[in-house]
Structure formats: C-alpha cells, structure tokens
Design a protein around this ligand. Structure first.
Ligand SMILES: Cc1ncc(COP(=O)(O)O)c(C=O)c1O
Length: 393
C-alpha cells in the first residue's frame, strides 16, 4: 500500500518521458551528454512558452537564484536586495553569496507577496532589486508593485520556482521582471529530475549569465562584439580561458533537457487540471476556519494552501494529527517551511524584530500545503475538504 492517500506529488515524471529519454540515449552514435543542443532547444521552447527573449537552463532553481544575483552584482555592484521572509532558503543564500545585503519585508495575507506599505519604507538609495517570490502558484504581482519598481527605478526579480503558468493580467508571471527564476525539481509543476531556468529580455544580463553558468568563462558568450572586446582588453590571456568573475559550474546535462522538452508538451494541460482542483478546494473550504480570501486570480499551483484563521496551537496540533492519521502528506509553513528569519543563520539578528513580521509569523505557525497534482481525483479533494472542515477542538 502507498504510504500516503494524498502525497505531496505523484507521477510527475511519466513512463512516456522515460521512453523519450531511452530513445534519445539509444542513438547509434551516443551524443555528448553535457550541456548541448537539447539544452538549447529546451531553452528556446521555454522562452516561447513564457514569452521572453532569453532563457538559460541550469542544474537547479537554487542555481538560477544564485547565478541571477551573481550577475546582478557583477553588472550593478553591491547593494541591498529586498527579500521576503517567506521563500525558499536559496533566495536568501543567493543574496548573501553574491555579496549583496538582504533586507526583509513582511508579506501580506492576500497574495503572500510583500506588504507594500512596508516595502515602500524600505527602499533606499542602496536598493538594487526587489526579489519577489510567487508563493505556491499565487501571483504576487500587483499594479502598485510594478509602479513602485518603475517609479524608483528598481529592478524586479521574480522567483517563479513554485508558480509555472501563474498569470497576472493574462500574462505569465516570470515575464514581467528584469529576470525570473524557475525550478524543475520533482515536487514542482514539471520536472527534469533536477533543473532550473533564468529568463530575461535583457541581452547583456543574458550574456553575463551565459559566462557565469560555466565558471565565468567568457567564451560561453554568444555576442561576438562583447566577447571580442573582453578578449582585446586581456591580451595576456588565452582567449579560451578568460574568466569574467569567480563563479561555479551551474550547467545542466542533455538528459535533463530531453526530459524538459517532453514535460513541456503537457505542462499547460496539467496546469489546467491543477487550477480546477485548486478552485474546487478553496471554494469548498470553510471560510470561518481558514483564510480563503487569497487572491486566486491567475493562480496555478501544485499545492493546496491551508491557512488557519485562529492562532491556536492546540487546534494546529489537532489538524496535523488528523492529516497524519488519514494519510495526507503536508508541509507546515508553505514555502521553505515558514519564516526564514527563524532559521539558525538569521535568528540571532532578528529575534527581537519578529513583531515586524506578523503575517509571516502567522503563516509559519498556522499554515500548510498539501499536494495538488494532475492525477488527484475529485473524491480525494472532497475527502480532504471534508476532513479539514470538520476538525474542531
Ligand atoms: C521559491 C523557491 N525558490 C527556489 C527553489 C530552489 O529550487 P531547486 O529545488 O530546484 O533548487 C525552490 C525549491 O523548491 C523554491 O520553492
């Protein structure tokens, strides 16, 4: 028997994907399997799907976060990056590793993105970018946020690792900001086993990212004028081995790209099922017990979001016990396990400032996500909703 009646994810990689991979690997002449034509093909198709000029495939979403910040630092210099405390750890470590300074702004409980009143107060002349996370398929963009970025001339970076296909004003999120990051980890909307993507419309940023994806090697750039200028500026160096700045090897393999191409074909169909599942779930959830007035327009999620209204640890424990007893897998705290400021590497600095972060504190203590995947049937959604609605002390 399966361990869970409703696991966090199921059948994300299918038999058909594996057959495509076997087919690719069974060629008479085995192709070079490191980053090559399949990666380029997947990047091109991804750009078309998202509606951006450039996409760069990497070995994870965390790598996409880190490379984006390294490139920002290279191009714009050091400064502050406004980040949410509700995100995956890699968004914060990317800021720290790049030498930038994270400035934390609380979230709102409508779209789980920034509290804009607080955000406005945090912008200084040192602010280089706002690093937004679209949490679990909920669009985090608003006209007001885009206006703030435009007015203050601040870059917007979108982390879309949890929200492939979510939309704002009928346009996919990840196509609004200066750059965006995606993850293809197993738990997400589609999977390449491990994998990630950086997307942008900015040619220079893209060229810098190309080089930083491969240790910082300038020969990875495809803009010949830019490349030649750097080569001419470094006459003592072998042109094949010029490193723009210290970086890592963030490259993908062809194997991951073949899976990506196969998965992309069914992404929209799968996402439509997920959206319908989520609508059914949230419409039927008891709004007296749970926060159901989330901004769900344009949502596209792989998870049902459950946020208690009451701040009751006793009720929380009872809900967890009930979910466990009924085979429902869950994660408390939504993205990244809740408030990142409570993690050991930040806690000492923020211990006395947690009252400024009441919304993320609520999510940290009183929320969960539960799996929403294409093969989840209506009976199971009904069962889950009934279970949640009927729990009381
Ligand atoms: C918001 C967010 N950013 C970044 C990542 C990192 O992606 P990956 O697991 O592919 O490294 C995740 C992973 O789950 C995530 O949820």
């Amino acid at each position: 028997m399966d361990k869970y009646l409703i696991p966090l994810m199921e059948d994300n990689i299918t038999k058909n994907d594996i057959l495509e991979l076997i087919n690719f690997l069974s060629q008479e002449k085995i192709p070079k399997l490191t980053n090559g034509p399949k990666v380029v093909e997947f990047e091109k198709k991804w750009s078309e799907w998202l509606g951006v000029k450039y996409s760069l495939m990497l070995n994870s979403g965390a790598s996409a976060n880190e490379l984006t910040l390294l490139a920002l630092n290279y191009i714009y210099g050091e400064g502050e990056i406004i980040v949410p405390p509700l995100t995956w750890i890699s968004d914060i470590s990317a800021v720290l590793f790049s030498g930038m300074k994270p400035v934390f702004c609380d979230i709102n409980l409508k779209n789980l993105s920034f509290d804009l009143t607080k955000l406005k107060q945090m912008i200084t002349t040192n602010t280089k970018a706002i690093f937004l996370t679209h949490v679990l398929g909920i669009n985090g963009l608003t006209e007001e946020l885009l206006e703030i970025c435009k007015e203050k001339n601040i870059l917007l970076i979108e982390d879309v690792c949890e929200s492939h296909g979510a939309e704002f004003k009928q346009k996919k999120v990840g196509s609004f900001g200066f750059a965006s990051n995606f993850s293809f980890y197993f738990a997400h909307h589609m999977s390449t086993i491990e994998g990630g993507m950086i997307c942008t419309n900015d040619e220079y940023f893209y060229q810098v990212c190309r080089s930083l994806r491969s240790h910082g090697m300038v020969r990875e750039m495809t803009d010949e004028n830019l490349k030649n200028k750097i080569i001419n500026d470094n006459p003592t160096l072998n042109k094949d081995f010029i490193f723009l700045r210290p970086s890592h090897n963030f490259r993908s393999t062809e194997i991951n790209a073949v899976l990506g191409l196969s998965q992309l074909k069914k992404l929209d169909t799968n996402n439509q099922i997920r959206k319908n599942n989520f609508d059914k779930f949230i419409l039927n959830l008891d709004s007296n017990k749970y926060i159901t007035e989330l901004s769900t327009e344009g949502q596209c999620n792989y998870a049902f979001i459950v946020i208690m209204r009451e701040k009751s640890f006793e009720l929380r424990d009872l809900i967890e016990k009930t979910l466990n007893e009924n085979g429902i897998e869950f994660r408390r705290g939504l993205s990244g396990g809740g408030n990142q400021l409570r993690q050991p590497f930040l806690f000492k600095e923020y211990e006395n400032k947690l009252s400024n972060f009441q919304n993320v504190e609520h999510v940290h203590n009183f929320s969960w996500y539960i799996g929403n995947y294409p093969t989840l049937n209506t009976e199971k959604i009904d069962l889950l909703v009934n279970l949640l609605n009927n729990i009381s002390l």
